[in-house]
Design a binder for this molecule. Sequence first.
Ligand SMILES: [Zn+2]
Length: 472
Amino acid sequence: MEKRSTPNRRQFIQLSGLAGAASLLPAGQARASVQAPASVPRGTAKNVIFLVVDGMSHGTLGLANQWKLRHEQTAPHWIKLLERSDIKRSLQDTASADSPVTDSAAAGSAWGCGQRIHNGAINYDPQGNPLKPILSHAKEAGKKTGLVTTCRITHATPAAFTVNVQEREMEDAIARQYLEREVDVLLGGGARHFSQAQADGSVVDFGAKFQEAGYTLATDRDELAAAKGKQRVLGLFSKSHVPYAIDRKNDRSLAQVPGLVEMFKAALASLDGSNEGFFLQVEGGRVDHAGHANDAGAILHEYLEYDNCIPVALEYVKRHPDTLLIVTTDHGTGGCQLDGQGKRYVGSGPALDRINTLKYSFEWLENRFRASGKFNALDFTRATGIKPTAGQSAIVQEALDADAKYLSGAFLEAFGDQLNELTAVGWSSDKHTAECVDLFTMGPGAAAVPAYIKNNELFGHMMSAMGLSEAS
Ligand SMILES: [Zn+2]
C-alpha cells in the first residue's frame, strides 16, 4: 500500500459524517482541470448510464464470443455494439497515478473525479485532498443517482463514483457516505457494512437509518420486485458479494438472489421519470474476482450475465435518446485466454463444450469446504467433473487447515493442469493487467470522445455532456 498523507482536521470531520457532501471541497482548492470538449452541445445528456464490467481482459471477451457463437449461434452484445454506426468505440489507457497497472479504486476514481490518483484511494489526490465525485455533481444538478453491482455495494467501483475515502477498505465509512449523500438507489451485496459495531460495543443498524430517510429495503428477489418503482431503494442481497452467476444458476438455495440484469431493471424503474434525469452506475463486479481466481467457469457466466445488461440499456436509450450510455471495463484481470489446444488447435472448439461441465465456482466449493472444514471429493467432482486423487485432495485440505485466505491457489496447484486441459483456458497471472480496454459511448457527448483516451479524461466528457462544470 502506498503511503499517503493523512487528512487534515477539516477533511476528517467531513469524512466522519459531521458535514454534508455539498461542503466537501475546500473553497478554491487547486486541481488540474480536465479540458471539456468544446464541440459538444451542452446540457443534452439528461441521463447517464455507466455500464461497467470490472476487470475484463480482452481475452475474456474472446472466450465469451467463441462460446456464445458455438452454443447460441450469436455473438455477445459487446461484439454487436461494434456493428452499430451510432456508437463510438475508443481504446482506453487505464493507468493510475502510481502504477501502469491500476486497481479498481484508482480506475473508478479516474472516472469519478477526473484525476489519476494512487491505487487504493478513492477520490483523494496523492497530496491528501478530497476530489468531488461525479455523483455529487449530478445530485447538485437535481439528478437522481443510483449504484448497482454484484460486488458489495461498498466496493471500490461504485464507491468511486460517489464517496471520498483514503483507503478503499473503509467500507463502513462508504456505507455512511451513501446515506449522507442520498444515493437514491443502491442494489448489490455488502449487508455486513450496514450493521456497524461502534467503539462502545453497540451496533448501529444502518438499514434502519436508511429506512428513516425514506428508503424501501429489499433483501431478496421478492422484496426487490415489491420495491419496483419506489423512489428510494436499498437492496442488499448478500452479506458480502452477490454469489456468482454460475452458482445462482445451478444452486437452488440461491434462487432468491437477484442477478445483475434484474437489479439493473429495478434501478431503471426507480430512476426513470425524474425531472432532471439521473446518473446510474451498473457494475458487473465479479468478472474481476473470477479473473483473480483463474476460474474459467465463473468468469464465462459472469461475463455473459453482464453482457445481457447491454440490450436493456440500448432499449432504454432508444426510448430516451437524451441518455449518454457508456459501456466499458476499468482494467483487465488475469489475462484470460482461450488458448490453442491440440494439433492445429482443433482441440479448442471441443474445449468450449467441455467448459460446460463446470457447474460451480471455486468460491462455491470454498464455502462448502470451509463450512465443514473438510475437502469433499464428491463436491469437487460435482462442480468440475474431475475426480480428485488422494494427493490432490491433500493439497486442498492442507490449505484449508492452514486457513489460507483463498482456496483458489490450492485448487490451481492441485488441479490447474487438468482444468487447463479441460477448458483450454489459460491465464497470464492472478493479477490486474495494463492492457488497453474498450470504451463505448453512445448518445449526447459521445461524438467528442477521442479514439484513444486516458481513463480520467472521460470525466470531463461526462460532465460536459450533462452540461455541468467542475466549478459547480
Ligand atoms: Zn481486481
